[in-house]
Design a protein around this ligand. Structure first.
Ligand code: GDP
Ligand code: MG
Length: 362
């Protein structure tokens, strides 16, 4: 009897250790990326995300006893002028919405990381703001971010819209690729909008501008030709372990990201134990195009009544503070006004409740 319990405990400890080992591996691969990029905000955010996933849901993950699997894995920057379909491609590759797609240019202010996982590859994609003529200070900042993301990547995917006027030498395109010693894949997007016979001269023009690794016509919106993008990218990436856990992207929907932003604020604004007992779900997400307003309802789950009190604070002051901070970040992410409504609910001992964990998607 006692022996059995001991064995169960040992197995438990072993699993926890395996998880810690895995955590360290991820964090170290992560710090490499952080060092390379020096872009604190986004990276910190992912750091926090990974950290939380590990700490609050260790029981839900399989231990890693064998050495990490070797796959083609690397970082790819997705660049190009605004509105050509970069976010659409990323979303199509991920099979779900993570990056924000909008008919308005410049929605993507920050680089958003999308991780495309396959059986033998992992492509970490940076969806960058468009490279274009910078006029306002904000645009200048965006071009800087876009250019900065080119330096340390394994490959670059440059996307253009086939309906755009063809560039000539000395354009933004050649200027920003000048001196970059990384393979560049050119994607000719929105093929669904032109006749096939118009394609050859377009390809010839781009070929004359830059020694692209390959030129691929596609329609990101129709997910037509997107598989080829993966096929062309994989050989350009180094072989090694995955840079990120494989199970992140399935959770990295827009809702997941919004929930993580709220959780991040709880982490920043409350004491030690609270964040680990907190889960956030997005109940509804309604866009009102006419009013340019997005209304988001979210629930913060805690394990105990006392924790609920802490999160709500005196006369609701803490919750208000959390909500304001989260709303500011979400507004930047979505580039829209946001009305954020937060509820706090007690779900007793939820971290040990498999059914509730499943409901949360873990
Ligand atoms: P980004 O600024 O480069 O990230 O561009 P988005 O992905 O936000 O797309 C800009 C607009 O182009 C959106 O309205 C998309 O629906 C549209 N779009 C993207 N890909 C295609 C495509 O392959 N064909 C067509 N017709 N439209 C597309
Ligand atoms: Mg975009």
């Amino acid at each position: 009897m006692g022996g059995e319990i001991r064995a169960a405990r040992l197995a438990d400890i072993e699993e926890k250790l395996a998880n810690v080992y895995q955590l360290f591996q991820w964090l170290s691969s992560f710090s490499v990326i952080t060092k390379k990029r020096g872009d604190a905000k986004n990276q910190e955010y992912w750091y926090v995300t990974l950290y939380f996933l590990r700490l609050t849901h260790t029981s839900a993950t399989a231990p890693m006893n064998s050495p990490p699997e070797q796959v083609k894995s690397g970082i790819v920057a997705l660049i190009g002028p605004p509105n050509v379909g970069k976010s659409t491609l990323l979303n199509s590759l991920l099979g779900q919405k993570i990056s924000i797609v909008s008919p308005k240019p410049q929605t993507t202010r920050n680089r958003i990381l999308g991780i495309v996982n396959g059986p033998d590859y992992q492509i970490v994609m940076l969806d960058t703001p468009g490279i274009h003529k910078a006029r306002s200070p904000l645009n200048l900042e965006m071009v800087k971010i876009a250019l900065g993301s080119l330096a340390d990547v394994d490959a670059i995917v440059f996307m253009v819209d086939v309906t755009m006027p063809l560039p000539s030498t000395g354009t933004t395109l050649t200027r920003c690729l000048d001196g970059i010693d990384k393979p560049v894949l050119l994607l000719l997007n929105k093929m669904d909008l032109i006749d096939k016979e118009k394609l050859l001269p377009i390809i010839a023009t781009y070929q004359g501008l830059y020694p692209f690794q390959a030129i691929l016509p596609l329609s990101a919106k129709a997910s037509d030709g997107t598989d080829l993008v993966i096929q062309e990218l994989c050989p350009l990436l180094p072989t090694g372990p995955r840079l990120y856990p494989e199970d992140i992207p399935t959770d990295a929907s827009e809702r997941f990201i919004l929930a993580e932003i709220i959780r991040e604020k709880i982490f920043l604004q409350t004491g030690q134990e609270i964040p680990y007992s907190t889960a956030v779900t997005i109940e509804s997400f309604k866009e009102n195009a006419a009013k340019q307003l997005i209304t988001i309802h979210a629930t913060i789950y805690v394990e105990k009544d006392s924790q609920k009190g802490i999160i709500i604070g005196k006369n609701g002051s803490k919750l208000k503070q959390l909500g304001q901070a989260a709303r500011r970040d979400i507004e930047i992410l979505l580039d829209q006004h946001v009305l954020l409504k937060l509820w706090v609910k007690v779900q007793k001992d939820w971290t040990n409740d498999p059914r509730f964990l499943r409901e949360l998607g873990f």
